[in-house]
Write a protein that binds this ligand. Structure first.
Ligand code: PLP
Length: 437
């Protein structure tokens, strides 16, 4: 077909609706937002409408859109070698692994590359099962680990309730003080009771049947639940006591989002396997992986790891990791995200919380925040889906692209977001909350 010049939004929209089958959606009434390009925090369509991307797409564009250093690295690599089988040794793949290992804790020296986050968890689970000779995987209700075989049955959010296919997977309740399952009234109490609950689940399931505990360091899609003091260290202690592999899923929380390279660095815990994707290269080319601690890596020195993907450690993705991590270090992007969280975004969202009864709770750190909206602050009844749809529409009309989920606005701009962009977005949220209240 011939495209009109200039290309308009309608053409892109019509082609999409004619032929693209979308994820997580009933196809009939879909009206996807048309996007033509982006730079930094800003996206635009074909007709000059501009949006501040306060979703970082699916909370992955940590370095911002179209960073020239990363774009150039991909283009350069494509000219030299665009693809190669995972069995070869190629420089960008080794360099990408080395850059990741530089940021990992002591005792991690190997990276297994995947195509994204779900298959990172998939392979981490497989490693844990082979390493322990056990089968069950424990993970939390209110989690998201990806949408492939083991990853989706590990997932415990609304998309998997009831979790009827989760054989070999057992769920437990993690800490979430605002809607405590444990009648706790302080973060410390919530953490301690969640740990007691986890111990009881482990004992009741039979420790000798449990291969892994899989947790997001900071559960993201399920609501940015900051772990209470001592909780993750307590999970580590339980894993050690019962010989269980601890997998921390850093797919969303890792590589700058919390204002640290890895989210778990803030919580006095070191896992056995770390899964990553998204922020490692801001999704410019699909990639993810598992960072493997030495004892588990050594287990596979003499034993075949029965897994592999044609595009594992794809050269374009690997080159983009090197450029992303080097640029983030050179430009102090992780430190910037931490500063934005403490000095700019955190205080501004706290003020929104104080000003609007609709905001039940504000949680977060770095550029990883959520506003939990309630119809009634006393009962904490979530606002309706209609209200959320209206809020989303009004924010879009003001040029703010939000990430909304259930009764929450996830405020998750790129790590590079400027204080002025935060001020613009928060002013729009203030206006919209006032409008709908
Ligand atoms: N793990 C976490 C914590 C995630 O947030 C996601 C995606 O949102 C995934 C895993 C799955 O990653 P992907 O969509 O790249 O498969």
């Amino acid at each position: 077909m011939t495209l009109p010049t200039p290309v308009d939004n309608q053409t892109a929209f019509d082609l999409d609706r004619a032929h693209v089958f979308h994820s997580w959606s009933a196809q009939g009434a879909l009206a996807p937002l048309v996007i033509a390009g982006g730079s930094g925090t800003v996206l635009w369509d074909y007709e000059g409408n501009r949006y501040l991307d306060f979703a970082s797409q699916l909370v992955n564009v940590n370095i911002g859109h179209s960073h020239p250093a990363v774009v150039a690295a991909i283009a350069e690599q494509a000219k030299v070698l665009a693809t190669i089988a995972p069995s070869n040794a190629v420089l960008p793949r080794g360099e990408a692994a080395a850059r990741i290992i530089e940021r990992a804790p002591e005792g991690f020296h190997k990276v297994f590359f995947t195509n994204g986050g779900a298959d990172a968890n998939e392979n981490a689970i497989r490693m844990a099962r082979l390493y322990t000779g056990r089968d069950k995987v424990l993970s939390t209700y209110r989690s998201y680990h990806g949408n492939t075989g083991s990853a989706i049955v590990s997932t415990g959010d609304w998309r998997r309730v009831p979790n009827e296919y989760a054989r070999g997977h057992v769920h437990f309740f993690g800490p979430y003080l605002y809607r405590s399952e444990f009648w706790a009234t302080t973060p410390e109490e919530e953490g301690a009771r969640a740990l007691h609950h986890l111990r009881r689940v482990i004992e009741s399931e039979g420790p000798a049947s449990i291969a892994a505990i899989l947790l997001e360091s900071v559960p993201g899609t399920a609501g940015v639940m900051i772990p209470p003091p001592g909780y993750l260290a307590g999970v580590r202690a339980l894993a050690d006591e019962f010989g269980i592999v601890l997998i921390l899923d850093e797919v969303m929380a890792g590589f700058g989002r919390t204002g640290r390279w890895f989210a778990f660095e803030g919580y006095d815990v070191v896992p056995d396997l770390i899964t990553f994707a998204k922020g490692v290269n801001s999704g410019y080319v699909p990639i993810g992986g598992v960072i493997i601690s030495d004892p588990i890596a050594a287990h596979f020195d003499e034993r075949v790891f029965p897994g592999g993907l044609t595009y594992s450690g794809h050269p374009l993705a690997a080159a983009s990791i090197v450029a992303t991590l080097d640029t983030m270090a050179a430009e102090g992007i992780v430190e910037h995200a931490a500063m934005i969280g403490t000095d700019v975004l955190g205080p501004a969202l706290a003020q929104l919380g104080a000003d609007h009864p609709l905001v039940g709770e504000v949680r977060g750190e770095g550029v990883f925040w959520v506003l939990e909206l309630v119809a009634d602050p006393a009962t904490r009844e979530p606002v309706s889906a209609e209200m959320m749809a209206r809020i989303k529409k009004e924010l879009l009309a003001r040029g703010i692209l939000p990430f909304t989920m259930d009764n929450r606005i996830h405020v998750v701009p790129p790590c590079t977001v400027s204080p002025d962009e935060v001020a613009t977005a928060v002013a729009a949220m203030d206006e919209v909350l006032t409008l709908v209240e």
